[in-house]
Design a protein around this ligand. Structure first.
Ligand code: GAL
Length: 675
C-alpha cells in the first residue's frame, strides 16, 4: 500500500494501518558482510535460526562485520527484531548489533556471545531517512561471528525500505596538477646501515630534463645528475650526514634537506610502494611486476616517493594449483627455494627494478606453506634469507600463514611461540650484506605492536586483511590509532594496503574491478593513512591507473604528512556518534588535522584550537589592553589553516575551524601556529 491516506466519501480520511515488511523479503545483495553470504530464514551455516535454544521462523542470518544500508524516505514507523549469536556458531564468537538512523544511535545490543538470550529490538524510525543495520565483531575479530536478525520487520506506511549500498558519486579531482618547475618530494630523513649497497631515487615532480646535484654526500655515494638516483656503498662507520638536494630545470630550481643516518635503523619514515596482492593474487608474474615498476616511474608515482616494488604470495611453486606453471618442486639442490615458471630470473627482475632507482620486495612465510599454499620457509630460514639477499631484495614480508602447525610443538610460552619465527628471521636479515626492511604479517596476534620492533621488525600488520573490511575503513583506522603509542620512526603499525582504483574482491581473489568505495572514501583512505603515518603501499592494478586514482595517490602535501620525520600517528581529539577529529603534530610545529565523518550523511565537523595544545598557541591578550588592539592581536595570532588536498590556504581562523564534511569523508588540514 503506497498511499498515506485513503479517502472515504468526499472529505473523510483515515490513516492507513502500517504494513509489515519483513527484512528477509528485501533485496539482500547489497548487504556486505565479513564472511559468506546473507541467508534468508536460516543462519549463516544454513541451519534454522536459533538463539539460546529459541528457534525463529524467519529472519536474516549474517556474519560480522555486516552492514546493510537502507533508504527509508521517512516512511517507516518502526523496526522490530530479535537479535543474537546463532546457536550453531560452534565457536567463541562475539558480536554487537547496532542500528543507526541518520547517524544517530537507535539501538546497541552490547557485546553478545553464543548462548546469550535473544535481545528484543523495537525502535522508532519515524522521520529517519538513512538506516544502517550493522553487526560489529565485538572487538575481537570476526571468527564465529554468526549473527541473526530474527523476526526482523518494518512497519511501513509508504514505500518499503530501499537497499542502497552507497549513494552515486562522480569522481572529482582535488590535487592540483604538478607545475613545470621542480618540486622535491619524499622523506627528509633516511636510515641505512654502514658499508652496505645504497640506492635512492630522489623523488621530484617537474618537467624533464632535470639536473640533480647533492651537497654533502659521503664518500662512496654518488648521484646520477640526469636521473637523480643516488647509489654506491655507504661508509663503514655510523654517522649522520646532512645533505642538500638541488634540482634544476628550465623553469627553476628547488632545494631540500635530507638527513642520512647511518646506523642500525631502517625505514625511518613509513615505507611507500606497490604490492600486487589485492589486484593480482595468484596471477602474479615477472612481467606484471616489471610493468608495475615502469608505471611507477612513468605515471609520476615514483616522483612523490613510491619506491618499493614488491612481490606477495605465489611467486614460488606449489604442490597443487590450477595454473600448471605454478606447480613444481618446491626446492632445488641444497634446499634452494625455486621460483615458479612465471619468474624465470629473480636477479634479473631486481636488476630491472633497481635500474629505475626503485627497490624490490619479496614475500615468504615461516610456516611450511604460505597462505595460498606455496612453498614456505620452515626449516630453510637461513637458506632463504641468504637467497633473498643474493637475489637483491630490499624488503621482506613474512606472513605467519601455516606456522601455527609448527608453533604448537615449539617449547615456550604462547608469546614466545608467536615471537620465535620473527626473532629468527629478524636476526638472519640483519646478518645479510644488504639492508632489508622487515615487514611482519601475523594479523596483530599477541599484541605484536608491543614487541615487533624488538624482534627486528620495521612494520607489522595490526589486523587481518583489510580487503575483507573495506567498508569499515574508518573503524579500522580508529582501531589502528588506538595503538599509536607503539609506533615510532623505524617501527610502524601497518593497517594494510591502499585499495582504491581497480582492485580484486579479496573474498574471491577476483580480477581487478573498480573498487566499491566512493571517490570521497578513496580520498579519505589516503587522508587517514597519511594521518596515521601508515606504510603507503598501493595494491591496485597499475595498468588501470586513471587520472582520478593518480590524483588520490600522488598529492605531495598529503604524502609530506605521512612522511613527516617525527613519525607520529594522529591522536583522537574528539569523537561523537559519526564524526571525529584527528591531530598529528609535525616536525616544523604545524599540526595536520583530519575532520572525519564516518557517518552516512554529510555533517559539520568542528575543532577548537584549545583541543590541540600541540599547536602551542600563545596566551590571549593581556587584561589591560585596549579593545581595538586586542582585536588586532587576536586576529594576527590566529593559526593559518591550509586545505592540504587542494593546496590552498583558507585563511586565519581564531578559536577553531569547522567545515561541512561529506558522507564518509575526511577534510585534511595543515594548521600552522601564528608566526
Ligand atoms: C594473507 C596476508 C595478505 C596476503 C595473503 C597471501 O595472510 O594477510 O596480505 O599476503 O596472505 O596469501
Amino acid at each position: 500500500m503506497t498511499a498515506k491516506w485513503i479517502a472515504l466519501g468526499l472529505s473523510l480520511a483515515i490513516p492507513v494501518v502500517a504494513e509489515t515488511v519483513w527484512l528477509d523479503t528485501l533485496d539482500l545483495s547489497t548487504l556486505r558482510q565479513g564472511w559468506g553470504r546473507p541467508q534468508i530464514n536460516r543462519s549463516i551455516r544454513e541451519r534454522p535460526l536459533q538463539i539460546a535454544g529459541r528457534t525463529f521462523e524467519r529472519g536474516v542470518g549474517t556474519h560480522a562485520q555486516s552492514r546493510f544500508r537502507l533508504h527509508l524516505d521517512g516512511q517507516v514507523d518502526r523496526f522490530r527484531a530479535w537479535v543474537g549469536v546463532d546457536d550453531h556458531a560452534q565457536g567463541p564468537g562475539s558480536v554487537e548489533f547496532q542500528i543507526l538512523g541518520d547517524d544517530r544511535w537507535l539501538f546497541r545490543s552490547g557485546v553478545m556471545r553464543p548462548g546469550d538470550a535473544a535481545r528484543e529490538v523495537n525502535v522508532d524510525l519515524r522521520g529517519v531517512r538513512v538506516l544502517l543495520l550493522r553487526v560489529t565483531d565485538g572487538g575481537d575479530g570476526i571468527s564465529y561471528d554468526h549473527a541473526n536478525w530474527a523476526e526482523a520487520r518494518f512497519e511501513v506506511r509508504g514505500s518499503p525500505p530501499r537497499p542502497e549500498p552507497v549513494p552515486e558519486e562522480k569522481p572529482y579531482l582535488l590535487t592540483p596538477p604538478p607545475g613545470p618547475a621542480p618540486r622535491i618530494c619524499g622523506p627528509t630523513v633516511y636510515g641505512a646501515r654502514p658499508a652496505r649497497p645504497f640506492l635512492y631515487r630522489i623523488p621530484v615532480q617537474g618537467e624533464r630534463p632535470l639536473h640533480f646535484r647533492v651537497y654533502g654526500l659521503p664518500r662512496g655515494l654518488h648521484v646520477d645528475p640526469r636521473t637523480g638516483i643516488v647509489s654506491g656503498t655507504t661508509p663503514a662507520g655510523a654517522g649522520t650526514y646532512d645533505l642538500t638536494f638541488e634540482v634544476r630545470n628550465r623553469h627553476g630550481v628547488a632545494w631540500r634537506s635530507f638527513r642520512l643516518i647511518l646506523g642500525d635503523r631502517l625505514a625511518l619514515t613509513p615505507p611507500m610502494g606497490w604490492n600486487p596482492w589485492y589486484a593480482h593474487y595468484d596471477r602474479i608474474t615477472d612481467s606484471i611486476v616489471r610493468e608495475a615498476a615502469e608505471i611507477l616511474v612513468r605515471s609520476g608515482l615514483a616522483d612523490v616517493g613510491y619506491q618499493y616494488v614488491n612481490l606477495d604470495d605465489c611467486w614460488m611453486n606449489a604442490e597443487q594449483h590450477g595454473d600448471p606453471l605454478r606447480v613444481g618442486p618446491l626446492r632445488g639442490p641444497a634446499g634452494r627455494i625455486l621460483p615458479n615458471a612465471h619468474f624465470p630470473d629473480m636477479r634479473a627482475l631486481t636488476d630491472f627494478i633497481h635500474a629505475r632507482g626503485l627497490k624490490a620486495g619479496i614475500y615468504a612465510s615461516p610456516g611450511p606453506r604460505t597462505c595460498a599454499g606455496f612453498a614456505g620457509s620452515f626449516g630453510f630460514e637461513a637458506r632463504d634469507a641468504r637467497q633473498f639477499a643474493e637475489w637483491g631484495f630490499d624488503f621482506l614480508k613474512y606472513d605467519w600463514c601455516s606456522y601455527s602447525e609448527v608453533a604448537r610443538t615449539n617449547p615456550g610460552s604462547e608469546l614466545e611461540k608467536l615471537q620465535q619465527p620473527y626473532r629468527q628471521m629478524g636476526r638472519l636479515l640483519r646478518e645479510q650484506p644488504r639492508d632489508i626492511v622487515f615487514n611482519l604479517c601475523q594479523y596483530g596476534m599477541g599484541e605484536v605492536w608491543k614487541w615487533g620492533a624488538e624482534v627486528g621488525g620495521h612494520a607489522w600488520r595490526t589486523g587481518g586483511d583489510l580487503g575483507f573490511e573495506l567498508d569499515q575503513l574508518f573503524e579500522v583506522a580508529l582501531r589502528n590509532i588506538a595503538l599509536r603509542e607503539h609506533q615510532r620512526p623505524g617501527a610502524w603499525n601497518d593497517p594494510d594496503y591502499i585499495q582504491i582504483g581497480w582492485i580484486g574482491d579479496a573474498r574471491s581473489a577476483g580480477p581487478p574491478r573498480p573498487c566499491p568505495l566512493t571517490p570521497t572514501e578513496q580520498y579519505a583512505f589516503l587522508s587517514l593513512w597519511a594521518l596515521m603515518a601508515a606504510p603507503l603501499f598501493y595494491s591496485g592494478d597499475l595498468t588501470r591507473l586513471d587520472v582520478f586514482t593518480l590524483n588520490v595517490l600522488a598529492n605531495p602535501e598529503v604524502i609530506d604528512i605521512n612522511q613527516d620525520p617525527l613519525g607520529l600517528c594522529a591522536r583522537l581529539v574528539r569523537q561523537d556518534e559519526a564524526t571525529f577529529v584527528l591531530a598529528k603534530p609535525l616536525q616544523n610545529g604545524d599540526v595536520a588535522v583530519g575532520l572525519c565523518n564516518a557517518g552516512e550523511c554529510a555533517a559539520t565537523v568542528a575543532v577548537q584550537w584549545t583541543e590541540i595544545p600541540e599547536l602551542r598557541l600563545v596566551q590571549r591578550p593581556g587584561a589591560g589592553e585596549p579593545g581595538a588592539r586586542q582585536l588586532v592581536r587576536l586576529r594576527t595570532r590566529a593559526p593559518v589553516v591550509r586545505d592540504v588536498w587542494r593546496h590552498q590556504d583558507l585563511g586565519r581562523f581564531p578559536g577553531g575551524f569547522s567545515a561541512r564534511v561529506p558522507r564518509r569523508g575526511v577534510m585534511l588540514l595543515r594548521v600552522s601556529p601564528p608566526g
